[in-house]
Design a protein around this ligand. Structure first.
Ligand code: SAH
Length: 341
């Protein structure tokens, strides 16, 4: 049985035509699934009996189970249970500009970034498209809201699950379905260069964020093993090409780690590295986890770093901190939960 949330509108149209149904039936089904949010094919009352039978014979509608919800000011953290008894999480943040959901793309992660909780749990598998779609829909149903933004910054490396991620983006962007604007979707990568190159030619105006976290190879090699495969030179070349082709601005994420990457000198190096690139930098106060010796930068260091970038005419913001009461760092809720069990 195939989960119907795996199907883009055009895939569904093709499949229906092949089975002697009408192309417009796909739009009707999309309307039931994503606008009316029906979870039983029998409730799709404007479809012919034969079509409902066909759907019941070959497809299932199976939303993910919400196992746990933690709540703090302007943040909800959701833990989902998957059918193979693994867990993933998604985080909803209420911003002044809207409600943004950070979703997971894999069960675990193989990238092994030193500061990241998700990497403590090796990758078990990629998420299927329907499992990403269902994170969005279940959070909307639970909170009775419609999301304005989706970011792929939860557990996993989106560009290590490229095809499912692209299919997911196409599905949530579909105007006959969830209709989330492409400019309101952000994909974040640790720097999988071949996939950045492929993404350069993806035909939707989705935002690209790069987890940079270091101004040179020496520091980046220590923090992020991916840098030993695709160093900063290769990464920056791919990014420049992406910007040239798409004419879009990229975001650089930079976690501020005390005495690792937060000196004034590092700020100068970073300014030089990204000078002239159409970008903005998001400085992220490190969310300390109990399994790492890394320490969050002092406020003063963060502000000085910020000032240095500003002085060098680089667009920069300091990320607002969310959810210190809930297990807020990427992957924390899942690993705490699994240790309790
Ligand atoms: N693999 C992708 C997306 C998941 S990580 C990527 O690397 O971009 C999403 C973001 O959260 C990254 O910028 C990551 O570096 C950051 N992050 C991970 N652990 C963190 C922590 N403990 N505190 C603050 N940010 C963290």
């Amino acid at each position: 049985m195939i989960n119907i949330y795996d199907y883009s509108l055009s895939d569904l149209e093709t499949t229906l035509l092949e089975n002697n149904f009408k192309k417009y039936n796909a739009s009707q089904i999309y309307d039931w699934l994503y606008k009316k949010r029906v979870t039983n094919f029998n409730d799709m009352t404007n479809l012919k009996k034969e079509l409902i039978k066909y759907l019941n014979d070959y497809f299932i509608i199976e939303p993910l189970k919400i196992v746990k919800v933690e709540k703090d000011t302007n943040v909800h953290k959701f833990l989902f249970g998957l059918s193979d008894n693994t867990n993933i999480e998604a985080v909803l943040m209420n911003h002044d500009y809207g409600d943004s959901l950070c979703i997971s793309t894999q069960v675990g992660c193989n990238m092994n970034c030193q500061f990241c909780e998700s990497g403590r749990n090796k990758k078990i598998r990629n998420l299927e498209t329907y499992e990403m779609v269902s994170q969005v829909m279940q959070v909307e149903e639970w909170l009775k809201i419609r999301l304005t933004h989706v970011v792929l910054m939860g557990i996993g490396e989106p560009f290590d699950n490229y095809d499912n991620v692209i299919n997911f983006v196409n599905i949530i962007n579909e105007s006959k379905g969830i209709a989330l604007g492409s400019r309101h979707i952000t994909v974040s990568t640790c720097g999988v260069v071949p996939k950045i190159e492929e993404f350069t030619y993806f035909d939707k105006q989705v935002n690209l964020a790069i987890s940079l976290h270091a101004p040179n190879d020496e520091i980046r090699n220590k923090l992020m093993p991916i840098n030993k495969v695709y160093n900063l030179d290769k990464l920056m070349n791919a990014i420049k090409k992406y910007i040239k082709v798409t004419n879009r601005r990229v975001t650089f994420e930079y976690i501020m780690l005390k005495e690792i990457n937060d000196s004034y000198e590092n700020a100068i190096k970073l300014s030089k590295l990204i000078k002239g690139i159409n970008c903005y930098v998001n400085l992220i106060p490190y969310n300390e986890t109990s399994y790492s010796d890394l320490v969050k930068s002092d406020k003063k260091a963060i502000l000085e770093f910020y000032d240095c970038l500003k002085k060098n005419k680089i667009n920069v913001t300091i990320r607002k901190e969310f959810g210190s009461k809930v297990s807020a760092a990427c992957g924390q809720l899942r690993s705490n939960y699994e240790e309790e069990q």
